[in-house]
Design a protein around this ligand. Structure first.
Ligand code: ZN
Length: 188
């Protein structure tokens, strides 16, 4: 089942106008920058398809970005989103990320989406879907929108956005080569 069937706010409006167009352009700029940052890992020993960025919602000022580093930190919870959120709250010396938006190359898993909610982020914008990631890695099959909808927090979840561009990182030859070494996807 595609996530676009699940009431996700689509950012693929054919004729964006006015404010909406500006918002789309801003999202495209921020996501493109995140894709470029994440794709840089393709040229390293440890390519990673998962990147996250935290940006001030109103001003667009980037706060920080992070890659998944589960292997590097021997930490199964070191997903890009969780790492970005942890570093952001530490840097700001506050628990709340109210006023900030999280961009992520892949739909947040339930752990990451829950962390985003606990952090009070305004909005989450994701690229590829859990379904896309599941072609390569084991996943917990609960959509980010469902986690948000069943919480008491208000967090807008937008996506998939620039899905193809984000998914292209997963299918880059260097990424596929690396995945053969460390993919968690169950081989059936
Ligand atoms: Zn996650």
């Amino acid at each position: 089942m595609l996530r676009s069937d699940m009431g996700v706010v689509s950012t693929a409006s054919p004729r964006p106008i006015g404010k909406q167009k500006t918002k789309l352009n801003r999202d495209a700029e921020r996501m493109s920058a995140l894709i470029a940052f994440t794709a840089r890992s393709l040229r390293t020993e440890r390519p990673r398809p998962f990147g996250a960025a935290i940006v001030h919602t109103r001003t667009g000022k980037p706060l920080l970005r992070a890659l998944n580093n589960v292997a590097g930190e021997s930490d199964p919870s070191a997903h890009a989103e969780v790492r970005a959120i942890r570093r952001a709250t530490k840097r700001l010396k506050q628990l709340s990320l109210d006023g900030y938006t999280l961009y992520t190359t892949c739909e947040p898993c339930p752990m990451c989406m829950s962390t985003a909610l606990w952090a009070g982020l305004d909005r989450v914008v994701y690229g590829a879907t859990i379904e896309d990631a599941n072609h390569h890695f084991s996943q917990i099959q609960i959509p980010a929108t469902e986690i948000a909808a069943r919480s008491d927090m208000n967090c807008i979840v937008d996506g998939p956005f620039m899905r193809e561009e984000c998914y292209a990182i997963f299918t880059h030859p260097n990424m596929l080569r690396a995945m053969r070494r460390w993919s968690t996807r169950k081989r059936k």
